[in-house]
Design a binder for this molecule. Structure first.
Ligand code: FAD
Length: 546
C-alpha cells in the first residue's frame, strides 16, 4: 500500500478540514499528515487540495466513527448539505434507514479490517428526496499502520439504476413474452449460434431429437433453395415458409411454418464506444401447424377420393377402349396382310373376296377411328413443386380401407425431409396408386402370409427416390422390361383392361423426367424403384418479402 502518498494527500485535505471546522482533531490530522508526508517537488500542495475540492465526485473524510471532517463541493451538490451544516455530523445523517442493517454491518466489517468497501446505499438529501448512492469507502492509515480516518466517495446513480432496471424489466418482459408464446423462437447470431431461445424451442430439441432445431430448419430451407440464406438476408427476412417433417422413430408427420427476421444490435462493448460496431441477428420463429394441416389433409383426402374415383373411372373407360382397339387391330392387321398378298398375286379369281376384305378393312379402320375419338383424355393438372412424401402419404390414406380389407401392412419409411419435385399432383397420385394397387393384387394372388408393402423415400443431390416393395410373388427377371409394354400381363385372366397400368405408370414417370425400373436385386417380392429430378433450385421461393 502506498501509505506515503496517501498520507501526503491526507495532509493537504486535512489542512482544509482543519480550516473548515477548526478544532483539535482536525488540526492534529493536518499536523500528522504534514509530518509524515513527503513533499512533491513538482506540484504544489494546493493543487492536490483543489483536485479534491473540485472533483466531480462527492468526497467526505471522516474520523474512525464516521463523523464528517471534510466535504468537497460535489458533496454539497449531491446531498444539499453545506459544510457548515454537516461537518462534525455522522455520515448516518445521510441514511434513509431503509438500507438493510446487514449492509452496514458488511460495510463496517470491511473498512474496519483496513479494506475498501464498495456498494450501494439508499440516502436522503437535505430536502428529503431519496437517492441511490454508489459509495466507496477507503480507510486511511497513519504512520503506524492504524486507521486514522475514512474517505468516502459517492455518486448519485439513481438515474443510471433506473435505466438499468428499465433494461432488466424489458429483458424480463421480453423473456416472459417469448416463453409465453406458443411459437418456438430462437435468436441466432452471425455465426448461426443460438444466443436466445424460449421454452417451446427447448421442447422442440427433445421432440425432434436435434441439438439445434434452428440449424436443422435453416439447412432444410437452404436445401430447397440455393442461396436461401443470402437472399432472405438481403430482403430482411422471410415468412410463411412451410416445412413438412416426417416423424422421427415413426412418430407422425409434422408441419412447421417458418419465419425469420434479421435485426441489428449495436455492440455495447467499450472497445467500440467511438467506432460503432453492429452485429446482425436472426429471429427465427417456428410455428407447429400440424393440427391445422391434419384437418386440412383429412378434408382434402375426401375431395381427392372423389377426384381419384372420377379419374379411375375415366382411366378404366380409356383402357377398355384401348384394349378393344388393340383387339380389333390384330385381325385387321391380318386382313391387311391378306389384301397385300392377294394384290401381289394379282389373283382375278378371288376379286370378290379381295373386295370384301377391303370393305372389312375400311369398316375396321372407321371403327378404330371412332373408338379413338371416344378415348377420354385424362385431365391435366398444373405442374407445381411437390413433396413426394406428402403425395405418398395421401395415397396411403386413400388406400387405407383397401389395405385393411386385404390385411396388408404398410411399412412407411420416408426420409424426414425431401427436396421438392416439379410435377402434376394428379398424375403422381395416379402413379403411386397404380403401384400400390398392383402390390395389393400381387399379395392377394400369392396368398402370402407376410403381406407387407414397404415404401421408402430418399434423395441425393439430383434425384428424389421412391421405392415401393411388396412381399408378393415378384416378377421374373426376364419380364422386368416387358411389364412396361402395352397389354402385357402376368395375370392369367387378363381381360381387355389388363396390362395398361404400368404403361400409364411409365408414361407419367417419363413426363416428369424420371425413371422407373424393377429392382433386380430384390428377391422377397417385387420392388419398383423410381427417381424424379429434384426441382431446379431457385431463390424465388423465398417468399413473404417480395
Ligand atoms: P449505526 O448505529 O450508525 O450503525 C449500524 C451498524 O453499523 C452497527 O450495528 C454496526 O454494526 C456498524 N457500525 C456503525 N458504526 C461503526 C463503527 N464505528 N465501527 C464498526 N461498526 C460500526 N451511511 C449511509 O447511510 N450513507 C452514506 O452515504 C454513508 N457514507 C459513509 C461514509 C463513510 C466514510 C463512512 C465511514 C460511513 C458511511 N456511512 C454511510 C455509514 C454510516 O456511518 C452509518 O453506519 C450508517 O448510515 C448506518 O447508520 P445508523 O444510524 O442506521 O446505524
Amino acid at each position: 500500500m502506498t501509505n506515503t502518498k496517501q498520507d501526503f494527500h491526507l495532509s493537504e485535505i486535512s489542512l482544509e478540514a482543519a480550516r473548515q471546522i477548526g478544532g483539535e482533531a482536525a488540526t492534529m490530522v493536518a499536523v500528522n499528515g504534514l509530518n509524515s508526508g513527503k513533499p512533491n517537488n513538482l506540484l504544489p500542495f494546493s493543487l492536490f487540495l483543489k483536485a479534491v475540492e473540485q472533483a466531480p465526485v462527492a468526497i467526505s473524510i471522516t474520523d474512525k466513527k464516521a463523523n464528517i471532517l471534510y466535504i468537497n463541493d460535489a458533496f454539497t451538490t449531491v446531498t444539499g448539505y453545506k459544510a457548515s451544516e454537516i461537518l462534525g455530523v455522522n455520515e448516518s445523517k445521510l441514511s434513509d434507514k431503509c438500507t438493510p442493517r446487514q449492509v452496514y454491518y458488511d460495510l463496517w466489517h470491511t473498512i474496519s479490517r483496513k479494506q475498501i468497501w464498495h456498494g450501494q446505499l439508499v440516502n436522503r438529501k437535505k430536502q428529503g428526496q431519496r437517492y441511490l448512492a454508489d459509495l466507496t469507502i477507503a480507510p486511511m492509515l497513519d504512520e503506524f499502520g492504524a486507521i486514522s480516518h475514512y474517505i468516502g466517495m459517492h455518486r448519485d446513480v439513481t438515474q443510471a439504476y433506473y435505466a438499468e432496471q428499465q433494461v432488466a424489466n424489458q429483458k424480463q418482459l421480453i423473456e416472459s413474452v417469448l416463453n409465453a408464446s406458443p411459437v418456438a423462437m430462437a435468436v441466432l447470431d452471425e455465426d448461426r449460434k443460438v444466443v436466445l431461445d424460449n421454452q417451446v424451442y427447448k421442447m422442440l430439441i427433445t421432440e425432434l431429437g436435434h441439438d439445434e432445431p434452428a440449424l436443422f430448419f435453416l439447412e432444410a430451407l437452404a436445401r430447397e433453395n440455393d442461396g436461401f440464406w443470402d437472399v432472405a438476408k438481403a430482403r430482411g427476412g422471410f415468412a410463411n415458409h412451410e416445412l413438412r417433417l416426417e416423424g422421427a422413430a415413426r412418430r407422425g408427420v409434422r408441419w412447421f411454418s417458418l419465419a425469420g427476421n434479421w435485426f441489428v444490435e449495436h455492440d455495447a462493448c467499450a472497445d467500440n464506444f467511438f467506432v460503432k460496431q453492429a452485429r446482425e441477428y436472426l429471429l427465427l420463429t417456428v410455428n407447429d401447424i400440424t393440427q391445422q394441416r391434419r384437418q386440412q389433409e383429412s378434408l382434402q383426402i375426401e375431395a381427392l377420393r372423389a377426384l381419384l374415383a372420377e379419374e379411375e373411372h375415366l382411366r378404366s373407360i380409356r383402357e377398355t377402349l384401348l384394349g378393344a382397339m388393340h383387339q380389333i387391330s390384330q385381325p385387321l392387321n391380318q386382313i391387311n396382310a391378306a389384301i397385300q398378298i392377294m394384290a401381289q398375286r394379282n389373283d382375278a379369281k378371288n376379286q370378290a373376296l379381295h373386295d370384301l376384305l377391303n370393305q372389312v378393312r375400311l369398316h375396321g379402320d372407321e371403327t378404330l377411328e371412332t373408338l379413338q375419338r371416344c378415348v377420354p383424355e385424362i385431365p391435366e393438372s398444373a405442374v407445381t413443386p411437390m413433396n413426394l412424401n406428402q403425395l405418398l402419404h395421401e395415397v396411403m390414406l386413400l388406400n387405407s380401407t383397401k389395405f385393411l380389407a386385404n390385411g396388408v401392412v404398410v411399412d412407411w419409411l420416408p426420409n424426414s425431409v425431401l427436396p421438392p419435385v416439379l410435377g402434376s399432383a394428379n398424375k403422381l397420385r395416379m402413379l403411386f396408386k397404380q403401384l400400390l394397387d398392383n402390390s395389393v393384387t400381387a399379395l392377394n394372388r400369392a396368398g402370402s402370409t407376410e403381406r407387407v408393402i414397404k415404401i421408402t423415400t430418399g434423395f441425393d443431390a439430383d434425384w428424389v427416390k421412391v421405392s415401393i416393395a411388396d412381399t408378393g410373388p415378384g416378377i421374373p427377371l426376364q419380364q422386368h422390361a416387358k411389364v412396361f409394354e402395352p397389354f402385357f400381363t402376368t395375370q392369367s385372366r387378363g381381360g381387355v383392361q389388363a396390362g395398361m397400368g404400368l404403361v400409364m405408370a411409365k408414361e407419367i414417370v417419363n413426363q416428369h423426367g424420371g425413371m422407373i425400373a424393377i429392382n433386380p436385386h430384390y428377391t422377397s417380392g417385387c420392388c419398383f424403384d423410381l427417381s424424379f429430378p429434384v426441382r431446379p433450385r431457385n431463390v424465388s421461393a423465398v417468399n413473404g418479402y417480395e
